[in-house]
Design a protein around this ligand. Structure first.
Ligand SMILES: C[S@@+](CC[C@H](N)C(=O)[O-])C[C@H]1O[C@@H](n2cnc3c(N)ncnc32)[C@H](O)[C@@H]1O
Length: 332
C-alpha cells in the first residue's frame, strides 16, 4: 500500500505525467542524521495594539478589532470569556461578519454605520496595503504575523548580502512585501489566482513595483519539488499552510499528511548559507511541541536554533492574550 500522501495526491489528473516526486521529496522523508539544533521554547510572540491595528476587545465567541479606520467584529472560537466593553461599544462597529449566506464576496458582511467598499487603506510600519472584506471572514491580513515580518526584516538587513526569500502559501503578500522592502529578492507562491491578484495590488499600493518579486500561482508542494529538482535555492523560506487547501489544479493539501514532506523540501532548497525557515500553522489540533519536533528533526545537522511557540495578540481593553496560531522557526 502506498504512503498516504501519494494516495491522495495521485488523484490529481497531472500526477501520471509528473516525474515521480520520490527523488526530490520522499513521501516519508528519511530521518536526518546529525545533532538536533538547539531549542528555545516556549516562545510567545505578541502583537501589541498599535496605530494601524488593535484587538480592542474579545469575548462570547467574538472579537472586536481596529483595522486602520474601521472597527470590525468577527467570530472567534477561542474567546470563551466575557467581553470587557459594554455591548453599546460593540454596536459602534463599522463591519460585522455574519457568514449567513453562501454568497461570494462582501455579501457575508453587514455594515451597521454606512455601506463600505470592498477595500480600505492599511499600513504596517510605514508599508501601505489594502484591508479587504472577503467571503471567508478574513480581512486580507493576519496581523499576528507582524512579529515574524519584523524578525525576518531584521535578518535580511543583518545579512549584508543579497538574500533570496521564498514565501509559500503567501496569501495577500504582506510578508513578501516586507521582505522586498528590506532588500530581498522574493518568490511568492499561492494556489489562488485571486490572492495573487490582491498581492500584486498590494505591491502597487506599497509602491514596491520595482522590487524583485516573482508572483507564482501554483501548488506549494509541487513548486517546492520543482525547485529541489532544478537546484533553485533560497536563504529564507516562509510557509504558512492552512489545515486543508487545494492547489490550482485541484491538488489536495492536508497539513497532517503533507507537512513532513514539505518541511523536508524546505531544508533541501536552502542555500549553503541559509538564514531561517519559518513555519506557522493555523486551526490545527496539535501542540507547538509537534511542529517543534518536526522542525528540529528536519534541521538535524544544520546547527542553529529551533524556536517554537504561539503567535498571540494582546487585547487593548482588558489585556488578555488571544492565541491565533502555532509557529516553529529554524534560525541559523
Ligand atoms: C495564509 S494560508 C493559511 C493561513 C490562514 N491563516 C488560514 O488559516 O486560512 C492560506 C493561503 O494558502 C493558499 N493555499 C491553500 N492551499 C494551497 C496549496 N496547495 N498551494 C499553495 N497555496 C495554497 C490559499 O490560497 C491562501 O492564500
Amino acid at each position: 500500500m502506498k504512503p498516504s500522501r501519494e494516495r491522495h495526491r495521485d488523484k490529481r489528473p497531472e500526477a501520471a505525467h509528473r516525474q515521480p516526486a520520490v527523488a526530490a521529496a520522499p513521501l516519508r522523508p528519511a530521518r536526518r542524521e546529525g545533532a538536533l539544533p538547539a531549542e528555545r521554547l516556549p516562545l510567545i510572540l505578541e502583537v501589541l495594539p498599535n496605530e494601524d491595528y488593535a484587538l480592542i476587545d474579545s469575548g462570547d465567541g467574538r472579537k472586536l478589532e481596529q483595522y486602520g479606520p474601521y472597527r470590525i467584529v468577527r467570530p472567534e472560537g477561542q474567546a470563551i470569556w466575557r467581553p470587557a466593553l459594554p455591548e453599546k461599544d460593540w454596536h459602534k462597529a463599522d463591519a460585522v461578519f455574519t457568514g449567513d449566506t453562501d454568497e461570494e464576496g462582501m455579501g457575508r458582511w453587514r455594515f451597521p454605520q454606512a455601506p463600505l467598499g470592498e477595500t480600505w487603506p492599511m499600513t504596517h510600519d510605514g508599508l501601505h496595503y489594502l484591508g479587504r472584506f472577503t467571503s471567508f471572514r478574513h480581512v486580507g491580513v493576519f496581523p499576528e504575523q507582524a512579529t515574524h515580518w519584523d524578525h525576518m526584516a531584521g535578518l535580511i538587513a543583518a545579512a549584508k548580502r543579497p538574500v533570496k526569500v521564498l514565501n509559500l502559501f503567501g496569501y495577500t503578500g504582506l510578508a513578501s512585501l516586507v521582505a522586498a522592502r528590506a532588500g530581498a529578492e522574493v518568490t511568492h507562491v499561492d494556489a489562488s489566482k485571486k490572492a495573487i491578484g490582491w498581492a500584486r495590488e498590494n505591491q502597487e499600493v506599497a509602491r514596491l513595483t520595482t522590487r524583485p518579486i516573482r508572483w507564482i500561482c501554483e501548488d506549494a508542494m509541487k513548486f517546492a519539488e520543482r525547485e529541489a529538482r532544478r537546484g533553485s535555492r533560497y536563504d529564507i523560506v516562509l510557509f504558512d499552510p492552512p489545515a486543508y487547501g487545494r492547489g490550482p489544479k485541484g491538488e489536495v493539501w492536508q497539513l497532517f499528511e503533507d507537512l513532513p514532506a514539505l518541511t523536508a523540501l524546505c531544508r533541501e532548497i536552502l542555500t549553503p548559507k541559509p538564514i531561517a525557515v519559518v513555519l506557522t500553522a493555523y486551526s490545527i489540533r496539535a501542540s507547538f511541541f509537534a511542529i517543534h519536533a518536526l522542525m528540529r528533526d528536519a534541521f538535524a545537522g544544520m546547527g542553529g536554533t529551533v524556536e517554537s511557540g504561539e503567535l498571540v495578540i494582546r487585547e487593548k481593553t482588558a489585556g488578555r492574550a488571544l492565541s491565533t496560531s502555532l509557529f516553529s522557526r529554524w534560525v541559523a
